[in-house]
Design a binder for this molecule. Structure first.
Ligand code: NDP
Length: 261
């Protein structure tokens, strides 16, 4: 028999660990970078795995674990469906919608993404198992069943939606830069790319900041914090890479945060 109090304590520890790991990753990523995408490397990072397969494998736990937790909790799914505008239903829908996109739609749409080494696939998967358990438990057991969609929740989810649409738009714009079979890089243009090199990362940070605002809880804030700690340094590296690669790269463009960073 699972003791919910013990799991809550474990859950709190895993949440604090995400905050600490995010801060440590932010520091480490000033010098290091994950060798996937344009920085992809094999060698001691392990054998290279097709990008579509890699993304599906490492992102799937963040979809499957919360979906299983929702489905396995007696009476929960009918309750959520019967009250679709409760805070819990909306947060579950937002989280799952993102991961249906990230684990299935995004990999299928990717154009000739560089293969990723096995160690990065395993690292990404570990994070998605961790975060899937964290957010899944939070939605199922910690968001009160009777919590309503207050104006703060609605504002957070509106921000989440702006970020999510921005992510999908930026991902699609990057995919459209390549014709089938092409593997090179071009200067992204249009929309948020006119302001930042990593419009996808900027939107992803907005998305999870909105989710954290809606959740107003440590687990949702920890995920938003970790995302920013991971994506800010990588976006800065992408920006420097573009400036070094393309002489004609727009000089006014920032890395991740318009006008600032
Ligand atoms: P990148 O921007 O590095 O690459 C995304 C895709 O676009 C890849 O297929 C890449 O190809 C291609 N691409 C990128 N730039 C160009 C260009 N200039 N010309 C042509 N093709 C290009 O993003 P990531 O792969 O790091 O991330 C993908 C998504 O996942 C993003 O939406 C990101 O926000 C999200 N993400 C979220 C994280 C989180 O912590 N929540 C962590 C990491 C990513 P190639 O592989 O060949 O470089």
């Amino acid at each position: 028999m699972v003791d919910p109090v013990a799991i809550d304590a474990l859950h709190a520890a895993a949440t604090y660990l995400m905050l600490v790991t995010g801060a440590a990753a932010f520091v480490a990523l000033q010098w290091l970078y994950a060798p996937y995408g344009r920085y992809s490397r094999g060698g001691w990072w392990g054998p290279l795995i097709n990008a579509k397969v890699a993304w599906m494998v490492w992102e799937s736990p963040a979809l499957l674990i919360p979906a299983y937790m929702l489905a396995a909790s007696p009476g929960l799914l009918p309750a959520l469906l019967a009250d679709p505008l409760s805070k819990r239903s909306l947060m579950a829908a937002a989280f799952l919608a993102h991961y249906v996109y990230r684990a299935i739609v995004f990999p299928l749409r990717t154009r000739s993404g560089k293969p990723a080494p096995l160690s990065i696939v395993l690292l990404g998967m570990t994070f998605c198992v961790w975060n899937g358990l964290l957010q899944g438990w939070h939605i199922v057991h910690q968001v009160p069943a009777d919590a309503r969609a207050t104006p703060a929740v609605a504002a957070g989810l509106a921000l989440w939606a702006v970020g999510w649409l921005g992510v999908m738009r930026a991902d699609a714009a990057l995919a459209a830069l390549r014709k089938p079979g092409e593997t090179g890089y071009k200067i992204p243009r249009g929309g948020l790319f006119e302001y930042v090199s990593a419009a996808n990362y900027c939107s992803e940070m907005v998305e999870w900041a909105g989710y954290a605002l809606a959740g107003w809880s440590l687990p949702t804030a920890a995920f938003a914090f970790f995302t920013a700690c991971n994506l800010l340094p990588r976006g800065v590296r992408h920006h420097a890479w573009y400036l070094a690669k393309f002489e004609e790269y727009p000089k006014a463009r920032r890395a991740v945060v318009p006008f600032l960073w």
